[in-house]
Design a protein around this ligand. Structure first.
Ligand SMILES: [Zn+2]
Length: 289
């Protein structure tokens, strides 16, 4: 497991971004698993995916007010360091997955970051940068992305949607951010209030399509925000339902090196998001035994 929770973005009081959950999660799982601190990836590795001018503005603190508003987070040195380490965690988890079957970043899943935009709390696209790096090193070529965050993975779709060696699947609330979606290879738009049974049925069916190909690596975005109590979710999954989702995805991905990342989770009490993330980790551990 990898974490970068020590790099805490300064945020105004009452900000919706759940910065505390990362440390709470690490503290919850430490002792059961080894949690390592993620390294920052070099800027050149980010440049394999992201626009050079965008990276320049991020690096030098020149993001416009409009860009920062779209990102939803104020620019700071820590924001940038944290973003680079978030990608580093996913890359490290991917190396582990290729070596041992599964690896998990207690962060990452920043799927709203596209080639030339950083938005929706997502500075860099950790999955796309990781895949680019794995390809460059000759470690993997074909990838499937199973994005179960409640928000559509528009950034990932923009970067990897047209890629013939990558399949992007996104299951999300139809009437939710981002309101202008960029098509994935397969998008499943769910009605507000969708509960466990319908969700699991749709997921299973979508995985039949997504997993028709052969893949060297899989990325699973185990978003906690489809939970019924989530502030930004609009779906109605229970905690047991989310656990069943994790079990289903990990079972269907068996045999493919699998990288698990957290993505979103905006429960009013961060302890609920941590419960859901910790249950995902339980499923990851169970899948390796
Ligand atoms: Zn989300």
């Amino acid at each position: 497991m990898w974490s970068h929770d020590r790099f805490r973005i300064p945020l105004p009081d009452g900000h919706k971004f759940p910065i505390s959950k990362y440390q709470l999660l690490r503290e919850r799982v430490e002792g059961r698993v080894i949690v390592r601190e993620s390294d920052a990836v070099p800027w050149e590795w980010l440049a394999a995916v992201h626009d050079a001018d965008l990276l320049d503005r991020i690096r030098t603190g020149q993001m416009s007010i409009r860009e920062q508003r779209g990102l939803g987070l104020p620019w700071s040195d820590v924001l940038v360091e944290r973003g680079r380490r978030s990608v580093g965690g996913t890359l490290a988890a991917a190396r582990r997955a290729l070596d041992r079957g599964v690896g998990m970043n207690l962060g990452g899943g920043t799927h709203h970051a596209g080639h030339d935009f950083a938005r929706g709390y997502c500075l860099f696209n950790d999955v796309a940068v990781t895949l680019a790096r794995l390809r460059l090193e000759g470690l993997a070529q074909r990838a499937v992305v199973v994005d179960c965050d409640v928000h559509q993975g528009d950034g990932t779709a923009q970067i990897l949607g047209p890629d013939p060696d990558a399949f992007t699947l996104s299951l999300h609330g139809a009437r939710n951010y981002p309101f202008q979606k960029i098509p994935s290879d397969l998008d499943v738009d769910l009605a507000s209030g969708t509960g466990d049974d319908d969700y699991l049925f749709e997921l299973d069916r979508a995985l039949d399509v997504a997993l028709a190909g052969d893949y060297d690596v899989a990325f699973y975005l185990a978003g906690a925000d489809p939970w019924e109590g989530d502030r930004l979710g609009r779906l109605s999954l229970t905690k047991p339902g989310l656990r069943a989702r994790d079990e289903l995805v990990l079972r269907r991905l068996r045999g493919i090196p699998t990288v698990v990342v957290l993505a979103g989770g905006y429960a009013p009490d961060p302890a609920d998001t941590v419960d859901i993330n910790a249950a995902t980790l339980d499923c990851v551990l169970a899948s390796t035994s």
